[in-house]
Ligand binder design. Structure first.
Ligand code: HEC
Length: 118
């Protein structure tokens, strides 16, 4: 009796560990996909205006994207900036990617994950 209790606890712990590992793998995939979306000329084209590490031929009309965790301790605010830059600055030349359906919500989530990792 006591033995089987130990076994089931062990199985639960193992299951938890597996869940942790698989969710961090999914995160890494999101960052990679987000990078591809951000650098794609047809989607984010963030490089058209921003300098981002790893991106070639970046534009220089907007602030470089770096240290985003310090600029945006709250990741939701970073996502909101990407979703609709005109909310913070009505005269922004940055396209409102979410509001204008340039990217889907899930694409914006991935771009946010990538940008947040910089
Ligand atoms: C057409 C030019 C343009 C494009 C394309 C563009 N941005 Fe911007 N972005 C700007 C400008 C200009 C600002 C400065 C603030 C403002 O004017 O709204 C800015 C500001 C930002 C900020 C705030 C930076 C800070 O330090 O607070 C973030 C984050 C950002 N952009 C992310 C992105 C991402 C991610 C993409 C691609 C999905 C992107 N931008 C595409 C022009 C652009």
């Amino acid at each position: 009796m006591k033995m089987s209790k130990w076994i089931s606890t062990g199985a639960a712990v193992a299951g938890f560990a597996v869940a942790m590992v698989s969710s961090s793998v999914a995160m890494a995939g999101d960052i990679e996909e987000g990078k591809a979306l951000a650098f794609s000329k047809k989607k984010g084209n963030c490089l058209g205006c921003h300098r981002i590490e790893g991106g070639a031929q970046a534009g220089d009309i907007a602030p470089p994207i770096l240290m985003m965790k310090y600029r945006y301790p709250n990741k939701d605010e970073l996502r909101a900036q990407i979703w609709d830059a005109t909310a913070a600055n009505p005269h922004s030349v940055m396209p409102p990617f979410g509001r204008h359906n340039i990217m889907t919500d899930s694409e914006i989530d991935k771009v946010t994950e990538f940008i947040y990792s910089l």
